[in-house]
Design a binder for this molecule. Structure first.
Ligand code: HEM
Ligand code: SF4
Ligand code: SF4
Length: 693
């Protein structure tokens, strides 16, 4: 598992680094996939509401109403239909990329299982929304979706009557199922919205709106695609004919052709195994966690900064329990705490200047004791020498720190840069432990602990409590945000910071006075503007092109051009295995009144039903269907569909339902003249026997 995670991580890192250079970290779509998912949901919801206003929910009118929306008002309904379709495809891509990324970054193990498991439920909702959506159009694709989905559901032993029998031929088609789909297509997104809300319940300040420019760009991409390749219906559904090919939306319907290969039961097993494996992933293997954050009440003044800064909602502010003169106290829920230490960085009592008393802050990670951290900083600082002595506080999730030539670098690892309280930075600079301090964390906009990078920047810039004091020269405090794939950027930042520290004081911090509270940072090396715009254009064309292509193509072959289809079906109870035995008058008198069945004693259990079809004397189908029910006393059901060559042929169909070894209980013959694509339904019903239609 670890090698897979690593391989995906390397690929993702490469892609993210490239996107950082093209779009800039704030517009990098990969670092805001969850938020993009929310944006796409709203785009789908708004376009869907518009379509629903003009959509006719009757099975016979659905197709024509969608045609009218698409062609009579192409400039509104037509475009919105395409946006609805492509944004739905986009949501599948975004959800899977988001999932892949959280897996690769290992952000779903231990206490973080909740986001993963609720995310899996969201995938289920996305598919229910998409499949019911395709059903509603009632074109050839909808027909394929309806028949294949029914076949899949029928493989579950829970339906008394196969759903597929609703789609035998146009004569059987009822609006019942269709109406159910329409309701499902409205209910599923509403439930999905509820789950999206549940999904982010354990995150403080969850990012649900992507950057404005990214939203505009994504919307514009869909608009462009809608104009270049509008979403159109295929030919209207006709259950009496089967199209030779159908163009499925591969984002939603890739499983359908697969089912033709592995069968309905095979697909259920595949889905079940993949689902169980995915649900189990957060515990494979179990994450060994250090103890959760603890509150030292004697040092907590109830200021609630830890509560404000905890990215995982693990802290609540309760009424004071120790009688101290403060109104509140922090309480940590160990089941929610991911041990990031960001609360320690937020606590105003976490100051290393204190010497008279022990360095015990209001809140602390027992495995990363602040006193030990201060000792470690002093010890590492003593090993530094020269004019550019740099103390780096590094998180374990970002790029490695490679000391540049000419600089003396000491590295201290902390769970997250957000754990370093600003007074610690002050301490390093004021006590001259080093010439400069660097906080080296994850890629910008992509902090492993969600908010560590953001809070660190804001605390140093004096925008968030606790501030880094103004007396600390910001040209001696650097930040470096780089993912594991950005080693070169980190090395460049470190070398550049070392050079800046050697320059005369005051000459190292360029920029307007207003920016002077911001930490020192090396700008990301990006290609010239023209190259960036060209790369961005190529990316948009590639992304929209892929969406546009796989939304309709490649097509799936449903039958050979010269073939017709035969559908065999029945829902029929075979004969009882034993005849009923009538009660004698004596027996009847002895029985309780409620047990006196007029028909007598009828043992449960029926014979299976065997059916056979011959064409021109050749057996083309032979199958036995077992009776339904726990006691095997229900009807046997069949829905079998297969290809046969078109043309004139003699058909003979026969059925056995009495457990006999040879011969048949019912049979019929017919002269057929099948046309290519025709769907011939041969059904057995009692009373009436066989029908060919
Ligand atoms: C409609 C689909 C989805 C939407 C809209 C969505 C949205 C979000 C949002 C907004 C966040 C919070 C991001 C932040 O502020 O840090 C998030 C986190 C997360 N999502 Fe999703 N998500 C979706 C699907 C999924 C799926 C399919 C999975 C995986 C099975 C998943 C797994 C996670 C995990 C593990 C986190 C938490 C990461 C952490 O602990 O920092 N999500 N999602
Ligand atoms: S930040 Fe520190 S002092 Fe403030 S409530 Fe949290 S633990 Fe208490
Ligand atoms: S260690 Fe992190 S998750 Fe735990 S309480 Fe502190 S800020 Fe919250």
């Amino acid at each position: 598992m670890e090698w897979l995670k690593k391989a995906i991580r390397v690929g993702m890192e490469w892609l993210e680094s490239a996107l950082d250079r093209v779009c800039g970290p704030t517009l990098n779509p990969l670092s805001q996939l969850g938020a993009l998912g929310w944006f796409l949901f709203w785009l789908i919801a708004v376009s869907g509401i518009y379509l629903f206003i003009f959509f006719d929910t009757g099975v016979t009118q659905a197709y024509s109403s969608i045609e009218a929306i698409t062609h009579d008002q192409w400039w509104a309904g037509g475009i919105l239909r395409s946006v609805h379709r492509y944004a739905s495809d986009g949501l599948v891509v975004v959800a899977f990329l988001h999932m892949l990324r959280e897996f690769a970054m290992d952000r779903m193990r231990g206490r973080r299982w909740f986001g993963w498991v609720t995310g899996l439920a969201l995938i289920g909702f996305i598919y229910v929304c998409g499949i019911t959506g395709y059903w509603m159009v009632w074109d050839q694709l909808a027909q394929y979706v309806a028949v294949t989905t029914s076949k899949w559901l029928d493989a579950l032993p829970i339906f008394a009557e196969p759903i597929s029998r609703n789609f035998l031929s146009n004569a059987e088609l009822s609006g019942r199922f269709f109406t159910l789909m329409v309701y499902l297509h409205i209910a599923a997104p509403l439930l999905m919205l509820l789950f999206m809300w549940v999904h982010i319940q354990r995150y403080n300040y969850a990012l649900v709106n992507p950057a404005l420019k990214l939203m505009i760009g994504t919307g514009a991409g869909f608009l462009l695609l809608s104009l270049v390749r509008p979403a159109l219906s295929q030919a209207p559904a006709n259950l009496d004919r089967i199209a030779a090919t159908v163009g499925p939306d591969w984002f939603y319907l890739a499983f359908y052709p697969l089912m033709d290969r592995i069968g309905a039961v095979g697909l259920w097993w595949l889905v079940l195994v993949v689902f169980v494996l995915l649900v189990a992933l957060p515990w494979l293997p179990r994450l060994r966690e250090s103890p959760a954050a603890v509150v030292h009440l004697d040092h907590c003044n109830g200021c609630a900064r830890c509560f404000d800064d905890c990215p995982f909602g693990a802290i609540t502010m309760n009424s004071r329990s120790d009688g101290a003169a403060f109104s509140a106290e922090a309480v940590v829920d160990a089941d929610l705490c991911v041990r990031c230490g960001i609360c320690v960085g937020a606590c105003p009592t976490a100051t290393p200047f204190r010497r008279a008393t022990a360095l015990v802050p209001g809140i602390e990670l027992p495995a990363f004791n602040l006193e030990v951290l201060r000792d470690q900083a002093e010890t590492v600082a003593r090993t530094l020498s020269g004019a550019a002595r740099i103390l780096v506080f590094k998180c374990p999730h970002g790029a490695a720190v490679v000391p540049p030539a000419g600089a003396s670098v000491g590295v201290i690892e902390v769970p997250c840069t957000g754990m370093v309280p600003p007074p610690f930075i002050d301490f390093v600079v004021a006590r001259r432990l080093a010439d400069g301090a660097m906080l080296a964390g994850c890629r910008e906009g992509d902090c492993f602990e969600r908010l560590g990078v953001r809070w660190t920047e804001q605390r140093i810039a004096g925008e968030r409590d606790p501030y880094l004091r103004d007396r600390v020269p910001r040209d001696r405090v650097a930040v470096s945000w780089a993912g594991p794939g950005q080693r070169a950027d980190r090395a460049r930042a470190l070398a550049s910071f070392a050079r800046a520290l050697i320059r005369p004081q005051g000459a190292t911090q360029p920029g307007a006075p207003a920016q002077q509270r911001a930490p020192w940072r090396e700008p990301l090396a990006r290609p010239p503007r023209l190259v960036r715009y060209a790369a961005l254009g190529a990316m948009v064309i590639a992304a929209t092109g892929l969406l546009g292509f796989f939304s309709h193509t490649p097509t799936v072959r449903l039958r050979a051009d010269t073939d017709a289809i035969v559908t065999l079906s029945f829902s029929h109870a075979g004969r009882s295995r034993q005849e009923c035995r009538r009660f004698s008058p004596d027996e009847m008198a002895r029985l309780q009144p409620n047990m006196r069945r007029v028909g007598g004693d009828c043992p449960r259990g029926r014979w299976p039903v065997y059916m056979q079809l011959e064409l021109d004397g050749r057996v083309v189908y032979a199958g036995t269907r077992q009776p339904a029910g726990l006691w095997k006393d229900g009807p046997s059901t069949l829905f079998a569909r297969f290809e046969v060559p078109a043309g004139a042929q003699q058909a003979r169909v026969a059925l056995r339902e009495s457990g006999r070894d040879s011969g048949f209980d019912a049979s019929a013959s017919a002269e057929l003249n099948l046309k290519p694509g025709q769907n011939l339904v041969i059904e057995f019903k009692q009373p009436g026997g066989f029908t060919f239609r």
